[in-house]
Design a protein around this ligand. Sequence first.
Ligand SMILES: [Zn+2]
Length: 91
Amino acid sequence: MRKIRLVVVQDAGMRIHKETLEKIITKIALTRADEIGCETCFAEVDRFVDMLVAGEDPEKVMPLVEHHLKVCGNCHEEFLALLEALKSAAT
Ligand SMILES: [Zn+2]
């Protein structure tokens, strides 16, 4: 009985560890050497949204901004807020 319980606990521990490890690996895979920071993203995001609203492909011109928006929650929120503001201004 005690032996079984111990195995279960060990198994649960392994699972958590594996998930954490996978998260770390995903983060490393998403991290690029030419990554930009929040300041650069913030300076470019206006232009990015402008292009998007104009029906152009900003991710082709500004792939680093696009990448940063994918990995940074703060900048993504800023991006969404800008997008909403521009959309409502256009209509
Ligand atoms: Zn950011």
